[in-house]
Write a protein that binds this ligand. Structure first.
Ligand code: IVH
Length: 669
């Protein structure tokens, strides 16, 4: 019974991770952690015999990458997955099992790099390239031909080719291209992609081929899925050589070896070499060379018995932990983050690592000033494995997370029964009132007559919930208050209107960013000229400003990355407040939606109209009200009406919230 419950919950959990990995290209856990879950499920299923739901359990079917918006296409032969292992013993057991099938001789194996990207199948008819399709659910996948149309390596015509050919391979991205795109995103204030695999997977699934073309993808072809006539190829090595002859890219180096020891040696040699490869590899694939023998070995429900992937252990490194900073999440959860001396690891420079929570810091006794061992498991988020105690500086003290939060000016509490600290609610009427009073006060926006008595009443009547609401107030709202006659209502509205012209430092100060006083606000604007530029600056750049230390820099940086604040600033910009340099409402000069026009229609599942507008503008795009031939996308939610119909008629790309988030590289909800 206990088993059954665990099986159910593992199946659900793995299905969720499959969707994150294959459909959204946004995995939350490392490949290693995922493989462990799968292994546990496979073992439990094996112990439990025939169980309901086994047929479509994640252990029996391949993850499905198909998305709405793409045309599905059937593979002539199923695209399978590979069994994988991290252990030498398993690898040896695999080779021994295969060798036993052919007890009179020792067959040849081919060992080649396992590229870390997305699987693809290229179809050639009489040598002419006709389409590229993702693995999908193994039986049918998404047609991604247009998104790969700029890959010169995919030749349009192969000489002396069989009548029908499905070549299987991997689309991947180099570390250099990955870094280039992430640098661009940082400049546009967008979150970085976690690793080249996710970015490659996200790119092949972009709905706009023009955007896909702006990112350089690579392809490597490692096998034949289907061939007519079937006798065209006889072995893996022959395939490899023929692909090379056709000048198609293949995984290299490929080794042909006999005997388990030689297989193991080839794997280790490859592991040493791959560290210098300019693209990610996560293992070695070992395949029986001879196709006849492959056929004899057969296959399981989702993978061949003639091949295995040996996954390499995640790379490790040591570096100095300079400080512990705190990241404020969407829901107010405070996550400690290690600020590290940058160190190269699995192809990228690592300068930050998550510390998860207070207990994790205590358990591993991690302290600023420590030298720590890092691992980039599956190249997702780097993790700190342990502290090098022999390198701990004398006099170092255990890290006190609670005191640290206090020093940062964060009013937080640790929820009983939870491992996390959260910000205390920012939204009691009292706090809202105090924030608005500060904004309107003489030292900040100087809105004449807007004292605590009026603010409190407006908050109590729910006419004000943030400072942007001030600019939406109507005369009737004010006349409903105590002791406000027509004349004072007019004066108040005039004062609010006049405050739109207030100098930008007043606005920056008025926002109430923790630790930012009037003097700092002035310094920041002297340096950066516009609030926009302040909001885009990274912590290092902020620290160059007179009087801004690391705590202040962090506080400013965090403030401008909170979704609620992004929305608030969008609203203030739309209201016409002065953000500096006389450019209120100015368009951004970069971002994934640069120059794009979007129309919003219907109700989105999680985003408000203002939030979606803020995200579009932050990504360089523009929101327009009606659909025309010039519209690039229609972002449609529930109960979308005539705009949707018009977009369909004009053939304009219609996207839903999930696609929209994917387009911006935001996590799905
Ligand atoms: S052979 C029947 N060879 O690894 C499957 N796969 O689960 C035969 N991959 O996403 C696959 N490099 O796309 C093979 N040299 C290589 C590979 C490779 C990467 C990927 C493949 C699939 C996964 C296998």
């Amino acid at each position: 019974m206990e088993h059954l419950q665990r099986i159910e919950s593992l199946r659900a959990e793995i299905a969720r991770h499959d969707a994150l990995y294959y459909k959204q290209a946004q995995p939350e856990i490392s490949d290693q952690a995922y493989d462990l879950l799968k292994r546990e499920l496979a073992e439990l299923e094996e112990q439990s015999g025939e169980l309901p739901g086994l047929y479509d359990s994640p252990t029996q079917v391949v993850g499905d990458d198909r998305l709405d918006g793409f045309v599905s296409c059937r593979h002539r032969r199923r695209m399978m997955s590979l069994d994988n292992t991290y252990s030498e013993a398993d690898l040896r057991a695999f080779a021994a099992r295969v060798e036993k099938l052919f007890d009179s001789f020792s067959p040849c194996f081919v060992v080649e790099p396992k590229l870390d990207g997305v699987a693809v199948s290229l179809t050639f008819e009489k040598g002419r390239f006709i389409r590229a399709v993702t693995r999908g659910n193994g039986v049918e996948g998404d047609d991604i031909t247009t998104n790969l149309s700029h890959l010169e390596e995919i030749h349009q015509q192969l000489p002396d080719a069989p009548d029908w050919l499905e070549i299987r391979g991997e689309i991947y991205m180099t570390y250099a291209e990955f870094e280039r795109i992430n640098r661009e995103r940082e400049q546009a204030n967008l979150p970085r992609y976690a690793n080249p695999r996710n970015l490659a997977a996200g790119t092949v699934k972009l709905l706009d081929p023009r955007e896909a073309r702006a990112r350089k993808l690579c392809i490597s072809l490692y096998g034949i899925g289907y061939c007519e006539p079937a006798q065209f190829f006889h072995s893996q090595m022959e395939v490899h050589q023929k692909l090379k002859q056709w000048q198609l890219p293949v995984p290299e180096p490929v080794r042909e070896v006999r005997g388990v020891d030689s297989v193991w040696q080839a794997i280790n040699e490859l592991d040493a070499l791959r560290k210098d490869f300019p693209y990610p590899t996560d293992g070695a694939v070992v395949k029986l060379n001879d196709f006849k023998l492959q056929q004899e070995a057969g296959e399981t429900a989702k993978s061949p018995r003639w091949a295995i992937a040996y996954k390499f252990e995640a790379e490790r490194a040591e570096t100095l932990l300079r400080a512990i900073s705190v990241q404020v999440g969407r829901t107010g959860v405070l996550t400690p983050v290690a600020i590290l001396d940058p160190v190269p690891l699995s192809g990228t420079m690592v300068a930050r690592a998550t510390l998860h929570n207070e207990d994790e810091i205590r358990r591993k006794d991690i302290r600023p000033g420590d030298t720590v061992r890092l691992q980039k498991a599956g190249e997702i988020i780097p993790q700190i494995l342990s502290v090098c105690l022999d390198k701990r500086p004398i006099g170092s003290q255990p890290f006190d997370f609670a005191a640290h939060l206090q020093a940062l000016g964060l009013e937080a509490e640790r929820v009983p029964g939870e491992a996390v600290w959260r910000l205390r609610s920012q939204n009691t009427a009292d706090q809202i009132g105090r924030r608005i009073e500060h904004f309107a006060s003489r030292v900040a926006m100087d809105i004449d007559g807007f004292g605590p008595a009026i603010v409190q009443q407006l908050v109590a009547h729910q006419l004000l919930s943030n400072v942007a609401d001030l600019y939406r107030l109507q005369k009737a709202d004010l006349l409903g208050l105590d002791k406000i006659a027509e004349k004072s209502a007019n004066n108040l509205l005039a004062a609010i209107e006049a405050s739109k012209q207030a100098e930008p430092w007043r606005l920056l100060f008025g926002l109430g960013i923790p630790h930012v006083g009037a003097r700092t606000a002035k310094e920041l604007l002297r340096e950066f000229h516009t609030i926009e530029t302040v909001s885009e600056a990274d912590e290092e750049t902020l620290e160059k400003v007179e009087g801004v230390g690391s705590i202040l820099a962090q506080s400013i940086h965090t403030y401008f990355r909170e979704p609620e604040n992004v929305e608030l600033l969008t609203q203030l910009r739309q209201a016409g407040l002065n953000f500096g340099s006389g450019m209120p409402g100015s368009q951004r000069l970069s971002g994934p939606l640069l120059g794009k026009s979007l129309v919003l229609t219907g109700t989105l599942p999680t985003l408000t109209r203002d939030q979606a507008t803020g995200m579009i503008e932050a990504a360089g795009g523009r929101v327009i009200s009606s659909v025309s031939a010039k519209t690039d996308y229609v972002l449609a939610g529930a109960s979308a009406g005539s705009k949707l119909a018009k977009a369909e008629k004009l053939g304009i790309a219609i996207i839903d919230e999930a696609h929209f988030r994917a387009l911006l590289g935001f996590p799905a909800q």
